[in-house]
Design a protein around this ligand. Structure first.
Ligand code: GLN
Length: 456
């Protein structure tokens, strides 16, 4: 823990951490030492890990990278945080992300990182002029730069897989409901899912085993499927494995350098005994408009709790209650968050609900059905995580639609609630890492991790 704290403090230029508290970390490390000495060690005893600042924590501030929650302290730990603590994990601090997890480049952040005066984007350690991806950009950058051996992330539409790909690390978004959402600051509740990010599939398997499991008292959408030991299947042979390759993931949108790296990875899998089979995901393009209706709709509802009354920021100047709400939300939310709240309120409003929201829900179901059709012919689906490598900081900052379009390959699995992961398979333009995406059927995390591990 001391090693990673020192490294983290030595690299403020990456902007990866929003909170470090040496005393809190070392107190946890001491408790771990005592459990090790007493022979009561958990499965991950003493492992240092940092949490995305979307998970609430008692020992550190919890901000979701928003002014709305700057300096906020939660009275309780998220289930993910307490489960990892029960396994012996020592918390290194809180990691930057896009505000309320809305973004693809970790540029939408409103809280100053450790060692900085003002809010700043996270930088990609492979090339600090580029984004690390988002929204779990702090998690991916910290692992890639050796500031933490592992981290938690959340993925609503790609926020674990895409930053993992951009920073050359491994991350898995499990089946929706595998991991409790209790204490995860909500963005879009029907899509939000936590997951581990680390240097390898094996590390992810060990972490996922500690994070997963039912939480019926606190998250009514958590699945009843018991937690598994996700490391048991890692060494299965891939002989005869059918890898589905959707043509829609290899069309015009994908850049040539990414395509070359992905094609080479698929060849590697053939050498390992797998068979490539063509599958169709014909509604891939529609996943962008569908997601950018459903996610903002849910966000507009979830974020209504930030009204200046119970917690978080409250405007100093106002004449009456209505003005207090308005000024608080005007000051507290960043531009992208406001944009989502407006889009969400619009698509849910009378007269537009049927035209937009309800239609999006129907297409979401068709997208899920398309996957079930594809899984009749294959065991896992493989393709790129993103159409390009990490872009330059600022390049897409003023263009929300350009950011949304870059999510095309991660959104389909999110809308279907399927597990998906990213593993580093090569390099593209500018020597930047390229990630291969593996998508499995429901509850097939062990299979995905096995397929990734054999490559690594
Ligand atoms: N980039 C997507 C968005 O901005 C996904 C974010 C996420 O998965 N949290 O909504």
């Amino acid at each position: 823990a001391q090693h990673f704290l020192a490294r983290s403090q030595a690299h403020p230029e990456l902007g990866a951490y929003l909170a470090i508290d040496e005393d809190a970390t070392l107190a946890q490390a001491k408790a771990a030492d005592m459990r090790l000495a007493a022979g009561t060690a958990g499965a991950l005893e003493g492992l240092p890990l940092a949490h995305k600042d979307i998970f609430v924590t008692k020992d550190f501030p919890s901000t979701a990278a928003s002014k709305m929650l700057a300096g906020y302290r939660s009275p309780f730990d998220a289930t993910v945080v307490s489960k990892l603590a029960d396994a012996g994990v020592v918390t290194l601090g809180k990691l930057s992300c896009d505000e309320f997890a809305m973004g693809s480049g970790n540029e939408n952040t409103a809280v100053a990182p450790v060692g900085a005066e003002a809010a700043a984007p996270v930088r990609n350690p492979w090339d600090t002029s580029r984004v690390p991806g988002g929204s779990s950009g702090g998690s991916a950058a910290a692992i890639a730069a050796g500031l933490a051996p592992a981290a938690t992330g959340t993925d609503t539409g790609g926020s674990i897989r895409q930053p993992a790909a951009f920073c050359g690390i491994t991350g898995i978004k499990p089946t929706y409901g595998r991991i409790s959402r209790h204490g995860m600051i909500a963005f879009a509740s029907s899509l939000d899912q936590a997951g581990p990010m680390a240097r390898s599939a094996e590390d992810c398997a060990l972490l996922l085993s500690a994070m997963a499991g039912p939480d019926p008292e606190r998250d009514s959408t958590s699945l009843s499927a018991p937690a598994e030991d996700f490391s048991l299947q890692l060494n299965q042979s891939l002989e005869g494995l059918r890898i589905g390759v959707p043509a829609e993931f290899f069309g015009d949108g994908i850049e040539a350098d990414v395509r070359t790296a992905i094609d080479a990875a698929l060849k590697e899998y053939e050498k390992l005994g797998a068979k490539l089979v063509p599958v169709a995901l014909p509604r891939t393009e529609l996943s962008i408009p569908v997601y950018y209706i459903i996610a903002p709709a849910e966000a507009s509802s979830n974020l209504s709790r930030f009204d200046g009354v119970k917690f978080g920021h409250r405007a100093k100047e106002y004449a009456d209650l209505q003005e207090m709400y308005t000024n608080t939300r005007t000051e507290g939310f960043g531009d992208e968050v406001k944009r989502r709240i407006m889009v969400g309120a619009y698509v849910l409003s009378h007269g537009y609900y049927d035209a937009y929201y309800l239609k999006a829900l129907k297409i979401r179901r068709i997208i899920a059905n398309d996957f079930q059709q594809a899984f009749k012919d294959c065991d896992v689906i493989a393709g790129p995580v993103a159409p390009s490598v990490a872009w330059k900081i600022g390049e897409k900052a003023d263009d929300p639609v350009a950011n949304y379009l870059a999510d095309i390959f991660t959104l389909p699995a999110s809308l279907a609630g399927l597990p998906g992961m990213s593993l580093p398979v090569g390099f593209g333009a500018g020597g930047m890492p390229v990630g291969l995406q593996l998508i499995g059927n429901y509850l097939q995390e062990s299979k995905l991790l096995n397929v990734a591990h054999r490559f690594q």
